[in-house]
Design a protein around this ligand. Structure first.
Ligand code: SF4
Length: 207
């Protein structure tokens, strides 16, 4: 049974409830995994994707499949560095299953996105990240109100006290990455993210 408190004072108690959330199943949506909730270990930045895939659902860890490997290659981070740097969340946190067409995974319905925003909003309040990286069009829309990745990759935004630097979804399913000019924008975005991570690191050392 899903439990949502009116207020959370610690990330640990928020995560405890998030890990057993079944709100979308209770609302009639067919989910194929339990929520993927990454342990918080003082990560400096917040990564915000669309939804876990089948492998993430099985391992109950974010960015485990091919898309995760591509993301790490773009950012020039090995696995340990990646998970130590980014607290990874997503618009919805359970594997939504395959799309009816059989091509790719099902996009979470607007109602599922709304139900899951509860967890993101509380995470945001408790973590107050300095850097956020929305990954893919849906994440950029939900977090920054942007229409598409085309208008934002390679740019830096301000969002609620954080710097936001979007990336396209690394699965390449949309075909956006087939254009060499767009791939060059990914290189620019990754350079901005690394620069911002260094700035956050310097701030932390100065405290
Ligand atoms: S997608 Fe989010 S709101 Fe829906 S059941 Fe999973 S954790 Fe809960």
């Amino acid at each position: 049974m899903t439990r949502r408190r009116s207020s959370y004072r610690s990330l640990a108690s928020l995560q405890r409830d998030n890990r057993v959330c079944r709100a979308c199943v209770e609302a009639g949506y067919p989910l194929e995994s339990l929520p993927i909730v990454q342990p918080y270990e003082g990560q400096r930045a917040y990564m915000f994707g669309q939804a876990p895939g089948v492998q993430e659902g099985e391992e109950r860890r974010p960015w485990r499949g091919r898309a995760g490997r591509t993301l790490r290659r773009w950012l020039d981070l090995d696995e340990d560095e990646f998970y130590a740097t980014f607290y990874c969340a997503s618009v919805t946190r359970c594997y939504p299953g395959k799309a009816a067409s059989g091509r790719g995974d099902r996009t979470p319905a607007p109602r599922e996105q709304e139900l899951c925003a509860f967890w993101r909003d509380w995470e945001w309040r408790l973590l107050r990240p300095r850097l956020v990286v929305p990954v893919g069009g849906l994440a950029a829309r939900r977090l920054l109100g942007l229409k598409s990745v085309s208008e934002c990759v390679g740019r830096r935004f301000e969002h609620d006290g954080a710097v936001a630097i979007p990336l396209p979804h690394p699965s390449g399913a949309s075909g956006w990455l087939n254009d060499p000019a767009n791939r060059a924008r990914v290189v620019e975005a990754a350079a901005l993210i690394r620069e911002e991570l260094r700035a956050v690191g310097r701030e932390e050392e100065g405290r």
